[in-house]
Design a protein around this ligand. Structure first.
Ligand SMILES: *Cc1c(COP(=O)(O)O)cnc(C)c1O
Length: 377
């Protein structure tokens, strides 16, 4: 089977017990475990609001949708974003007829504040920040830029479940934070996500929009119970984006072990670092800033012969990944060609090494030794 990039780990009996509760109760949909998971997530993160969704992609879309509507943004207004991300991040901007303006990345593979500032125009409404691999990069500076320029801040925290900065979960100053619990993220379920708005009112709106725009308030307020329980208004063209109790069951169990699992991921990162320490001439490990406790969703290195090294690793039954292809290279985003030179360069040099709970030290050493053998100066 070789050594895979990601292998999700589940405490199977505990997961099945949570799911069994849903089946016995006859409640697998919205409510019940979804509410329990939202409450536990708020408690864990310290975010004031949390709404459980069927994916982070849905969350990113709702984030842009609601901020646009509530702030009165116009079509073709701009959001500054990163080209080094999963396409969901940038698709969410296009879904709402806004324009992704790409700013370049820094040594953390996150947005470079200096380039972000250069790309602000009179049409800029928000900045979309991605914490690559669980790294905070220069997030604090980006938050400051948003404050000074009156821009909204959207944090794509798909990799950041459990990431802390100066001891606290990241993103309290962001207008909205979106987490992914997709199958191979560091808090894996099957497919799901969480949207955490700073503003309670926006959280209320997100709950309506994630369920087709159905508004129960009108009728519940009128005091009609019994007969009129089925009655509701639909005042907005919403989406089918909410999560369900079966998947929330998985999330509840995973959350219990999140810090413990992230600690093991950190151990794996340390083993890799120890192996690579003497080879800085050909293997550059992406740094993590002081005060950042990364979730270590990804372990990324930069090398001179990435594509060749990938082949060599595959021949040795090691299957790394690449996070990510420069989005500007996709035809949909090619209008931004040549606007991000560092991303153009670095995106061809990066490689994500196997990182998951089933790796033993011997596996990590074997991967590292093989990388060292085939990486070129
Ligand atoms: C995985 C991922 C997403 C999308 O998450 P889903 O839950 O699969 O929709 C968005 N942004 C980034 C950076 C991701 O890695």
């Amino acid at each position: 089977m070789g050594i895979q990039l990601f292998v999700p780990t589940f405490r199977v009996e505990e997961c099945l017990n949570e799911i069994r509760e849903c089946l016995e109760k006859g409640w697998t949909g919205l409510g019940f475990k979804t509410v329990e998971f939202e409450n536990k997530w708020k408690e864990y993160t310290g975010h004031e609001n949390a709404h459980f969704l069927n994916s982070a992609t849905a969350g990113l879309h709702l984030a842009v949708n609601i901020l646009k509507e509530q702030s009165g943004w116009l079509d073709n207004d701009e959001i500054i974003t990163t080209p080094l991300t999963f396409v969901s991040t940038n698709h969410a901007i296009l879904y709402e007829n806004l324009k992704p303006i790409f700013a370049d990345i820094d040594e953390y593979l996150c947005l470079n504040p200096a380039d972000v500032i250069k790309k602000i125009t009179s049409k800029t409404k928000a900045i979309m920040f991605v914490g690559m691999g669980g790294n905070v990069g220069r997030y604090e500076e980006i938050a400051q830029i948003c404050k000074e320029n009156d821009l909204k801040l959207i944090l794509d925290a798909a990799h950041m479940s459990g990431t802390r900065y100066a001891g606290d979960i990241v993103g309290k100053e962001a207008d909205v934070v979106i987490y992914s619990f997709q199958a191979v993220k560091n808090l894996p379920t099957a497919d799901s996500g969480m949207i955490c708005f700073k503003n309670k009112e926006y959280d209320d709106i997100a709950r309506k929009y994630s369920w087709l725009g159905i508004n129960k308030d009108t009728y519940s307020r009128s005091g009609n119970k019994g007969n009129y329980k089925w009655e509701y208004d639909v005042d907005y063209l919403g989406y089918k984006y909410h999560g369900n109790s079966i998947i929330a069951s998985l999330g509840l169990v995973q959350l219990k072990y999140l810090d413990q699992d992230n600690a093991y991921r950190k151990q794996i990162a340390t083993w890799y670092n120890d192996n690579f320490r003497e080879y800085t001439d050909k293997i550059k490990v992406v740094p993590i800033p002081d005060k950042c406790e990364s979730s270590h969703h990804l372990y990324i290195i930069e090398v001179n012969n990435r594509d060749e090294l990938l082949e060599k690793l595959n021949e040795n039954e090691i299957y790394p990944g690449v996070h990510y292809k420069n989005n500007i290279e996709y035809s949909l985003y090619n209008y931004a060609k040549d606007t991000c030179p560092s991303t153009d360069r670095i995106s061809h040099r990066i490689l994500s090494l196997p990182m998951h709970m089933k790796l033993a030290k011997a596996d990590v050493d074997y991967v590292a030794e093989t990388v060292i053998r085939y990486a070129k100066q």
